[in-house]
Design a protein around this ligand. Structure first.
Ligand code: TXA
Ligand code: MG
Length: 321
């Protein structure tokens, strides 16, 4: 599967790619998506092939508004309440699917995930195309999500038709996924809209939320092993040549400063979220033998970063839980 991948700046060109059944990486406010015509089974199959994504992991349909969501999903009271507050935005709703949603999008499930993104280019693209866009994150399966056009290019050049450059994504973490098909809402993936804001927190650590198909697989992992630790000094002593992802306070204790192999987290959680995937990509290329990441507090967006770090981590250092 070798394709000539183009860099596109125009929405007309981007829509043409989708109309021809092609694959287009495009920006959203969370991460870059790998888009295809969401109602065209063969285009959707190409998305799975380009990403090497397991066929049982369904895709999100991106729509421009609630009316378009209603055309592909059975709307209900949960969805109405959440969409009023959070759409357009980084919240994905899982609802019963209408019959014309291709089975490939749903990976054979009876439900479909729908999201109305806020990013102006994503909005304009969906409106210009005039149909829902099926889009997983624009990375090869299991890898960190891309938050820039360059990162999407690095993941998928030669496998897709075009990359639409919209600059860096503002939020930097994937959307929150909520199952709205039952009497109670269920959080399937913590994300940019925090569980606290949604009011669907189960009181369990985020790692214990109920399984969605995608959560069975290892995700977000850089090319070198990642270790999530509380005692950074001990972990570094055990692992020569390690890269480091840590807070300013930790760096001060260790007497180190930011550099090629050391990423120091920004001062607030929004900044940490926005820089997270770019930091993983930079460190994996540094080069380093592995990445040691300091744990963050389990609250707000930091808890979401922790969810991703846990899934990305190879294993824990000896002595870690
Ligand atoms: O922010 C985002 O959500 C990005 C941007 C591009 O919109 N997209 C994204 O897609 O992260 P992806 O495919 O990487 O993650 C979608 C998640 C997966 O965990 C998948 O299993 C889950 O949503 N999902 C999709 N359809 C589902 C369904 N019908 N039922 C349960 N989970 C579903
Ligand atoms: Mg993904």
């Amino acid at each position: 599967m070798s394709r000539v991948t183009r860099w596109v700046y125009s929405l007309l060109e981007a829509c043409d790619v989708l109309r021809a059944g092609g694959l287009l990486a495009f920006p959203t406010e969370t991460v870059y998506g790998l888009g295809a015509d969401g109602l065209d089974s063969s285009a959707v199959r190409r998305v799975f092939a380009a990403k090497e994504r397991p066929l049982d992991n369904p895709l999100i349909l991106h729509v421009a508004d609630v009316e378009s969501a209603k055309a592909v999903a059975v709307w209900n009271a949960h969805a109405a309440r959440l969409a009023v507050r959070h759409w357009p935005g980084p919240l994905t709703l899982v609802l019963w699917a209408r019959p014309d949603v291709p089975t490939e999008v749903r990976a054979g499930l009876r439900s479909v995930a729908v999201r109305c993104p806020q990013h102006p280019l994503a909005q304009a693209l969906i409106r210009g195309f005039g149909r829902p866009i099926a889009a997983p994150s624009a990375n090869r399966a299991g890898r960190p999500s891309p938050t820039t056009a360059e990162a999407a290019w690095g993941e998928l050049a030669g496998r897709i038709d075009a990359v639409l450059d919209g600059g860096p994504c503002g939020l930097g973490l994937e959307s929150t996924v909520v199952d709205c098909t039952g009497a109670e809402l269920r959080l399937l993936r913590p994300g940019a809209v925090s569980a606290e804001i949604l009011g669907v927190s189960t009181g369990l650590p985020l790692g214990d939320y109920p399984a969605s198909p995608g959560t069975r697989y290892r995700h977000y992992a850089p090319a070198v092993p990642l270790y999530l630790v509380a005692d950074v000094a001990a972990a570094l002593a055990q692992r020569p040549g390690a890269g480091l992802l840590c807070t300013e306070a930790c760096a001060r204790n260790l007497g180190v400063t930011a550099g090629e192999r050391i990423h120091i987290w920004g001062a607030d959680a929004e900044r940490r979220a926005a820089e997270f995937y770019a930091a993983l990509r930079r460190l994996e290329r540094a080069p380093v033998s592995c990445i040691v990441a300091e744990r963050l507090p389990e609250q707000g967006l930091d808890a979401v970063i922790m969810d991703r770090l846990r899934r990305a981590s190879q294993s824990l250092c000896p002595g870690e839980e």
